[in-house]
Design a protein around this ligand. Structure first.
Ligand code: TPP
Ligand code: MG
Length: 359
């Protein structure tokens, strides 16, 4: 297949797509993904969607503080994890439950995290995923630094940093991209432009026509991809990974749509029309991919029902395990914060214990 980075220039608003809205391949593009992989990708999208719905229910029942849904972004979530090996680094933002799960973080841990249990951030040692990053954009310089170290150490691996449109207005975005380009970091900057930063629309966020075109200001390559088209995302991210291995960082903008509220504490009806969401639902990534797999006879209705049922059962059982988990001891947040404690920290610990013993 011809290179997609150099043939789709975001500065003239070219968007790379493979599947049209009806799940039909455009221009006979050869995606090179096997049937077994296609089915696996679909199953992950369904599992992520099932987990997302379950977590929202748990939040509504009072088991979670808050939760940022990935509904509508399942293609981005799966594509990013699909191209990464276990030893590649993923540097995620807060809206990456699916990506992190598919990269090897147990769903139970992710549920614990949103329940406020610190043990949810205890990641398995055999997969390279940084902790969830809540401050918008602050993880981009870390991702560029990891990619830089991978080049200096002549490692095989690369780093993918995921973030959304809001992060591109932070100084950290510009510093990270500039450093990455100058230092030739092995980093892919993967922006899921989901249309919103809470209630701020992308058009209110930037005067650039695309986010991808910002790459060129730093002397970097950028591409805008249909973010609801899992095949286009995989092709673009695979190419970005090859470039990263050649010490060439890139910016990949996935144009998608946040179908959910910003988080469970938000009400998006206050700032966007229901009709807009209805229209966007038609472009939602799972059904488009499903149509394609049906056309290949990889899926039929019976198989679809079975996959959805299996996903629901799996997620139910994981959530039972998460709910049965004990809360950590109150003092653990002090005990594991630093290798060595210091007097002020000990005073805070004592004061907290005192306060709770009085209740
Ligand atoms: C530095 C910083 N400022 C403000 C916030 C509050 N905040 C949380 S999410 C968010 C919007 C993020 O939008 P975007 O980057 O597009 O991510 P999305 O929610 O679309 O995934 C803001 C302003 C924060 N977490 N960190
Ligand atoms: Mg956003």
């Amino acid at each position: 297949m011809e290179k997609v980075f150099y043939t789709h220039d975001p500065r003239i608003n070219s968007v790379f797509k493979v599947l049209d809205k009806n799940g039909i391949i455009i221009n006979n593009i050869n995606h090179g993904i096997t049937n077994t992989e296609l089915l696996e990708i679909y199953k992950w999208m369904i599992r992520i969607n099932a987990a997302d719905k379950k977590i929202i229910n748990l939040q509504r029942q009072g088991f979670m503080g808050t939760y940022p849904s990935v509904q509508g972004q399942e293609a981005c979530q799966v594509a990013a994890s699909f191209v990464l090996s276990k030893k590649d680094f993923l540097v995620p933002t807060f809206r990456e439950t699916g990506m992190m799960w598919a990269k090897g973080i147990p769903l139970k841990s992710l549920m614990l995290y949103w329940m406020g249990n610190e043990n949810g951030s205890k990641h398995p040692l055999d997969t390279e995923v940084l902790p969830i990053c809540i401050p918008v954009g602050s993880h981009l310089p870390h991702a560029q630094g990891i990619g830089w170290s991978q080049r200096l150490k002549k490692q095989e691996e690369i780093t993918l940093c995921s973030f959304s449109d809001g992060a591109t207005s932070e100084g950290d975005f510009h510093a990270a991209l500039n450093f990455a380009a100058v230092l030739r970091s092995r980093t892919i900057f993967f922006c899921q432009n989901n249309g919103f930063a809470i209630s701020t629309k992308t058009e209110q966020q930037t005067k650039s026509k695309t986010i991808a075109e910002k790459a060129f200001a730093y002397g970097m390559q950028g591409i805008k991809v249909d973010g609801n088209d899992v095949l286009a995302l995989i092709i673009a991210l695979k190419e970005a990974k090859e470039m990263a291995k050649n010490n060439t960082p890139t910016l990949v903008e996935a144009s998608t749509y946040r179908l959910s509220d910003h988080t469970t504490t938000d009400n998006a009806k206050l700032y966007r029309e229901d009709d807009e969401v209805k229209e966007k639902l038609k472009e939602e990534p799972i059904s488009r991919f499903e149509k394609y797999l049906i056309s290949l006879k990889i899926l039929d209705q019976e198989k679809i029902n079975q996959i959805k049922e299996d996903a629901k059962k799996e997620v139910e059982s994981i959530s039972k395990e998460a709910l049965a988990e004990k809360d950590p001891e109150l003092t653990e947040m002090f005990d594991y914060l630093l290798e060595k404690t210091y007097p002020e920290l000990e005073l805070q610990k004592k004061a907290l214990l005192q306060e709770y013993s009085n209740q």
